[in-house]
Ligand binder design. Structure first.
Ligand SMILES: NC(=O)c1ccc[n+]([C@@H]2O[C@H](COP(=O)([O-])OP(=O)(O)OC[C@H]3O[C@@H](n4cnc5c(N)ncnc54)[C@H](O)[C@@H]3O)[C@@H](O)[C@H]2O)c1
Length: 380
């Protein structure tokens, strides 16, 4: 069988995890690794018995590297991904694809201009429950959507935030829970419910000694007049993960890994308009949705890109769709800081200027002690 030879840029926790995962995929092989820290590049290169380097240009230019996985901190995703795409090397960027909408635009533009395959590591799209939920929306089973809700309340310890200098700093990471922990939930939320056009948010740093937000809440408005609500935090235990979409013809709820779906054969508004009964409710029938087991997680995205290159398999998480989460992240952070309603698409120049100000006073790099690089085995 033909095999795609992957190079990995950034061999910290996640990059090393991907290197391990690749050993289990028939359609690909790990060809080379790169990390800006020489000892890290060397250790991982030796562990997997592949060539290593410290300069991503060198890795991407290698003739024995067919495709690239970018697993550095987020600020570097655009620069490295664009360099690869411009050389015709397919890219999987870690999430989020970028810290700002302007940088995400540049990636989307590079993918369109060069025609190079581009994916984002939004692996939770591959989970059976989310594939089933997405199918319901795509088939129009909800009808017009009137309301959305996302609650992603998770937990991170101070030790987690202290584990590396870039984490939870404006200059090293560019945001808090919205940019690092919530993106998978935000991706599913926009993948299923679409992108709002107006955001009024509240953000705060509640329980951690960090400079970015560990709590964010926002009221959302959609182009069709639908309304929504989101809440994301790293301050709660046990965690809560709820997504709800309510439409004219159906209501969908995912709590953890459990999907429930109610069909409204007569439609909510249609029923309201026509029912002569003062206290009547539209009939809602709970439908058992079949959840087909399938491969999921990082392995599914790594395999999907290899199969896309080899056999034209459709990408599960196209990189250009990664722009949506960045829009929602930027809008929430900007609105939370200014107290103003922010429109999507986010004003690119305004967000760049806003972030530049926060970066100027960031504590990134002022921290002492070595960074830890430990693969996240809990949050997939
Ligand atoms: N998809 C997921 O489930 C998932 C889970 C965890 C992290 N992530 C993402 O993966 C990325 C990395 O996170 P992590 O936890 O592995 O961080 P980490 O700090 O453990 O690893 C990052 C590595 O990148 C290296 N690096 C930094 N700049 C570089 C550059 N310019 N060129 C080459 N190497 C460079 C660092 O030395 C470090 O070894 C983040 O964007 C994060 O959001 C995704």
């Amino acid at each position: 069988m033909a095999r795609i030879r992957y190079g990995i840029v950034g061999t910290g926790g996640m990059g090393t995890g991907h290197a391990r995962t690749m050993q289990r995929i028939e359609e690909c092989v790990l060809a080379a690794v790169c990390d800006i820290v020489p000892e890290v590049a060397e250790a991982v290169g030796e562990e997997f018995n592949v060539p290593y380097c410290t300069d991503y240009h060198e890795l991407i230019d290698r003739p024995d590297v067919d495709a690239v996985v970018v697993a550095t901190p987020h600020y570097f995703h655009p620069e490295i991904s664009i360099y690869a795409m411009e050389r015709g090397k397919p890219v999987i960027s870690e999430k989020p694809i970028a810290v700002t909408v302007s940088a995400a635009d540049a990636m989307v533009e590079a993918a369109r201009r060069t025609g190079t395959p581009f994916a984002v590591m939004y692996q939770s799209r591959t989970e059976p429950v989310w594939r089933a939920a997405h199918r319901l929306v795509k088939e129009g089973r909800l009808g017009e959507i009137y309301r959305t809700m996302l609650v992603y309340a998770d937990f991170r310890s101070q030790a987690y935030y202290d584990s590396a200098g870039w984490r939870a700093t404006w200059d090293g990471e560019g945001g808090g829970v919205m940019i690092n922990q919530a993106p998978h939930s935000l991706d599913r939320f926009t993948w299923l419910g679409g992108l709002p056009c107006k955001v009024r948010a509240y953000t705060a740093t509640k329980n951690h000694r960090i400079e970015v937000e560990d709590v964010a809440a926002a009221m959302l408005e959609y182009p069709n007049g639908a309304v929504g609500y989101l809440y994301c935090s790293t301050t709660e235990a046990p965690g809560t993960d709820i997504l709800e979409l309510s439409g004219e013809r159906g209501k969908l709820q995912v709590i953890g890994k459990t999907l429930r779906f109610w069909e409204l054969p007569q439609g909510v508004k249609a029923f309201s308009d026509t029912s002569p009964e003062m206290w009547a409710h539209p009939p809602a029938v709970e439908v058992n949705v079949e959840i087909e087991p399938c491969e999921s997680g990082h392995i599914a995205i790594l395999r999907n890109m290899a199969r896309h290159i080899l056999y034209g398999e459709e990408l599960v998480a196209p990189g250009v769709e990664g722009l949506n989460t960045v829009e929602l992240i930027n809008a929430t952070i900007l609105s939370g800081h200014t107290g103003e309603e922010v429109s999507i698409p986010v004003d690119r120049a305004r967000y760049d200027a806003f972030l530049a100000q926060l970066r100027a006073t960031s504590t990134f790099r002022k921290r002492s002690g070595p960074d830890l690089r430990i693969t996240d085995t809990v949050h997939h």
